[in-house]
Structures are given as C-alpha cells and as structure tokens.
Design a protein around this ligand. Structure first.
Ligand SMILES: C[S@@+](CC[C@H](N)C(=O)[O-])C[C@H]1O[C@@H](n2cnc3c(N)ncnc32)[C@H](O)[C@@H]1O
Length: 209
C-alpha cells in the first residue's frame, strides 16, 4: 500500500533507542511477547537458535535459553555498536551465546542450520523485511520454527509514533496479514498468529515443512 505524505507525517525526533534499550521494554518482551510466542509455538528444548536484530540488551538471546529452553543462541544485528553492547550484555551466558555483525536480509549461515529463528521487532526496522522472512525460512531446518512479533503498520505509521521514532520504508510496512503472507511466500506454514492492541501488534509462529 502506498501512503501519502499527509497520512505519514515526518519524524521530528528519534526516540527509538529510549524505548528499545529500556528495562520496561525488556520486561514487556519477557512477560508479554515471549510468553505469547511460547504459547503459540512451544519451546525449543536443547535447540540451536538464531535471533535476527538482537538490539543492545540481548534480551531475546536470554529468553531463547531461559524461556524457550534452547541450548545455544546466536544473534545478529547490522549495527556494530549494538553488536558490541549486546555481547557485553550477555557475557554472563558464556559460550551458550554468540553475537555477530550480520544483515538479516543476507545471512552467512548455511541453509537448514537452526531449530528456530526469532525476530522481535526486526521486520519493521529492516529495509527489506520480506527478505528477512525469506532468510529466516532458508536457515531453518525442516520442522524448525520462525517466531516473530512486530508492531504493525497501524501503530508504526500512527501520527504519534511517526513524530518520535524513525522507521524505514513507508510503503510496505509489516501488517498482520502481510507478515503471514510473506511467511507463506517463503515456503513456511503458519502455525498460529495472535494480533493484539487493536491490530497494532502481531505475534506469529511458522514452521518450515
Ligand atoms: C526495534 S530494534 C529491536 C531490538 C530487540 N530485538 C528488541 O525487540 O528489543 C530492531 C533491531 O533490528 C536491527 N536490524 C534492523 N535491520 C536489520 C538487518 N537487516 N539485519 C540485522 N539487524 C537489523 C536494528 O539494528 C535493531 O537493533
């Protein structure tokens, strides 16, 4: 969908980091999002998993071990500063985690490497989010699962959020239907999806047949 200038106002300040790096965000991710994703898709006991777009706090990597029961969690982020901060944040987890520079639209990993791939709010920050979904599908082993949660176009393009947070690409923002559709286009089968907050947030689990 193409949005016009009048519907998508400019960003005046970028407060994204204030929220993404906050303790409140980590609490919401653990108690809300991870709990929903685990209910939708189950655990990954003893598995090797990849998180796309870790951010600086490393909460998703910690959750992969604590909440989903993975044995090893790898993460990539495209910003070297975030990778360095994330490495420091998860140092206590030792060699069960590894954080690398990487572009989720073109991963180094070989096909079929992971039991699960996690993406917490990476799609609406990626320049080509459909390529991120394709890469997630490619690196999953058959039977592996893609866990995704996102703020949708409805919230990201709202006047309030646009005023205080920058996000790329106005024309093809993730929405509940389009995230599910992109999974299917990438060859995944959507197992479950839950959309909340009047369509502003969606969580989904899909599997590679
Ligand atoms: C909103 S933050 C989410 C951070 C964390 N996952 C969370 O939920 O709090 C989005 C993250 O995705 C990363 N990102 C965006 N596009 C990416 C890409 N193509 N490859 C890897 N990381 C990317 C950004 O650098 C940022 O750290």
């Amino acid at each position: 969908m193409v949005r016009t200038e009048s519907r998508v106002p400019p960003t005046y300040v970028d407060g994204t980091r204030l929220w993404v790096d906050s303790r409140v965000r980590a609490f919401v991710q653990r108690r809300g999002e991870a709990a929903i994703l685990r209910r939708l898709g189950g655990e990954v006991p003893g598995g090797t998993v990849l998180e796309l777009g870790t951010g600086r706090r490393g909460t998703g990597l910690r959750l992969a071990l604590d909440v989903f029961g993975a044995a090893r969690a790898e993460g990539v982020d495209r910003h070297p500063g975030s990778v360095a901060a994330c490495r420091a944040a998860v140092r206590d987890l030792g060699d069960r985690v590894e954080v690398r520079d990487g572009d989720a639209t073109a991963l180094d990993a070989t096909a079929g490497s992971y039991d699960a791939v996690f993406g917490y709010h990476v799609l609406h920050h990626a320049e080509d989010w459909r390529a991120v979904v394709r890469e997630a599908a490619r690196v999953l082993r058959p039977g592996g699962r893609f866990y995704s949660c996102e703020m949708t176009a409805r919230f990201v393009d709202s006047r309030l959020l646009r005023a205080v947070a920058f996000h790329p690409d106005d024309a093809d923002r993730p929405a509940p239907e389009s995230v599910a559709g992109a999974c299917r286009d990438a060859g995944l089968t959507v197992l479950a999806q839950e959309t909340r907050l009047a369509g502003c947030w969606t969580g989904l689990v899909a599997t590679r047949p």
